[in-house]
Design a binder for this molecule. Structure first.
Ligand code: NAD
Length: 484
């Protein structure tokens, strides 16, 4: 068991640590159900202060740091995050129940990778020179500048807090924006520690600020603030819709990374062992609290029984328990409501006639918000196959041919990701083109990296983060034309 690290529970506002104007809120350790910390909550007035500081840094101290200096600061921050990997991972395990091993091996290294990737971009943000037909008989010289969008609000969910913040923070800073971060109520602690590292790295005050607080208060004040130019939001489709509607008032830029109900298609020619273990990974990683979780498993009828049996065995083999124990493969769900919501879906699945082949209830012993890994054999029209559950629950659905597989994959409100399991190259690429999703993976569930653009279609959101798309999403193109 890793000891609880020192906790940072104040706001990081205009370069100082301060209590918030909206009192405090409580965060709970989901493995024990016990209170972990009281965290300062930012008020609308704190948001005003933050926006003023961010605007000042945007035009002043941060703008004055040259591009290579911005890159150097991002590298410095990456070094500090690397140094504190174990602290950041432990804070996330205590706060939201994710596996400590997943934190040290994936979540925190992914944050480091994003910081380093965009550190490299900082002095490579080019505009273009544009040939024209001239103007009133005179030649022109025309070019574009890529300018920062301005003050960016980064609103983050609880399921992979530091990793997802990295997808927003690193490209926004590399392109010269200032950032106000709103962590999720259930996972503020690692992000507040990151604030300490941002301070230590020496970013000018106001360049990055961290305002924990309630979504309806702090998040709403940020997302509707006239001084905020862009909202980069990752979270539920419901809140994303509200942010998009609010953004119409002043045409804020938005990047919305929302929910998912992603298909994993197992074709008849798949390497079945590899497919079943990969599909299981897509169901149970982070206790299924993953936007890209591959929760609709479409299996060709010739391999359907083998896939169902394989996933039932994989579910039974999961070790549910303490996230710090290296033998554990699944920790708790983030909070009591989430556990009850997931169990409600399991009951719904049984009630609508899906066949329960593994799991199906809360872990019997001990405190904490544990759910057993659950697999249903069902159909695509069932509620458990249509709605995002955000827990370790999968439904296996049969199909008879490729066209039906694609039709089933696309018969859902969401379109975040899809995984294809096949050894047939033509089938793989044809299906990848036909599936409605922001990202398709072939023979591996959800590979991630800062080079790979990420985002969804349909109810999974709009816009992309990461890769060069992340540069475009954080800059405005300004056209300058000189009539010679
Ligand atoms: P959520 O929408 O409840 O909260 C996300 C963030 O928004 C939190 O910080 C919350 O405080 C804030 N918020 C709440 N109400 C707000 C408001 N009115 N205005 C502004 N901000 C507000 O989501 P969650 O429960 O924290 O996260 C789970 C969801 O996130 C799932 O649907 C999951 O699929 C999605 N998610 C998507 C991706 C992706 O990349 N597409 C990644 C991770 C999670």
């Amino acid at each position: 068991m890793t000891a609880l690290p020192e906790l940072t529970t104040d706001l990081y506002l205009a370069g100082s640590w301060t209590r918030g104007g909206a009192g405090t809120f409580t965060t709970v350790d989901p493995s024990t159900g016990k209170e972990l910390a009281e965290i300062a909550a930012a008020s609308a007035a704190d948001v005003d202060t933050a926006v003023a500081a961010a605007t000042g840094a945007l035009r002043g101290s941060w703008a004055a740091v040259p591009p290579s200096g911005k890159g150097a600061l991002l590298h410095k921050l990456a070094d500090l995050v690397e140094r504190d990997t174990e602290i950041l991972a432990a804070l996330e395990s205590y706060d939201m129940g994710g596996l400590y091993g997943l934190g040290t091996m994936m979540f925190v290294p992914n944050l480091v990778a994003s910081l380093r990737y965009y550190a490299g971009w900082a002095d490579k943000i080019n505009g273009e020179t544009l040939p024209t037909d001239g103007y009133l008989g005179r030649p022109t010289f025309a070019y574009t500048r890529r300018e920062p969008v301005g003050v960016v609000a980064a609103i983050v969910p609880w399921n992979a807090p530091s990793m997802i913040l990295g997808w927003k923070l690193a490209p926004a800073l590399a392109t010269g924006n200032t950032v106000i971060v709103k962590p999720a109520e259930d996972a503020s602690l690692s992000i507040l520690h990151l604030g300490r590292l941002i301070d230590e790295a020496g970013f000018p005050p106001g360049t990055v600020q961290i305002l924990p607080g309630l979504g309806q208060v702090t998040g709403e004040a940020l997302a509707t603030h006239r001084g905020v130019h862009k909202v980069s939001f990752t979270g539920s489709t419901e809140v994303g819709r509200r942010i998009l509607a609010n953004s119409a008032t002043d045409f804020k830029r938005t990047t919305l990374e929302l929910g998912g109900k992603s298909p994993q298609i197992v074709f008849a020619d798949a390497d079945l062992d590899r497919a079943v273990s990969g599909v299981a990974m897509g169901l149970f990683t982070n206790s299924g609290q993953v936007c890209a979780a591959g929760t609709r498993v479409l299996a060709h009828r010739s391999v359907y029984d083998a896939v169902v049996d394989g996933l039932a065995a994989a579910a039974a083999a999961q070790v549910v328990g303490n996230p710090f124990d290296s033998a554990t493969t699944m920790g708790p769900l983030v909070n009591r409501d989430q556990r009850d919501r997931v169990l409600g879906y399991v009951e719904k699945g049984v009630a609508e006639g899906a066949r329960l082949v593994a799991g199906g209830g809360a872990r019997a012993d001990g405190p904490g918000f544990f759910v057993r890994p659950t697999v249903f054999a069902g159909t695509n029209d069932q509620v458990i196959a249509q709605e995002e559950i955000f827990g370790p629950v999968g439904v296996v659905i049969p199909f008879d041919n490729d066209a039906e597989a694609v039709a089933l994959a696309n018969d859902n409100a969401y379109g975040l990701a899809a995984t294809l399991w096949t050894r047939d190259l033509a089938r793989a690429h044809t299906t990848a083109a036909e599936v409605h999703a922001g990202a398709v993976a072939i023979n591996g569930w959800s590979p991630l990296g800062p080079q790979l653009p990420w985002g969804g279609v349909k109810a999974s959101g709009t816009g992309r983060e990461l890769g060069y798309e992340g540069i475009l999403a954080n800059t405005e193109a300004k056209t300058v034309t000189v009539v010679l």
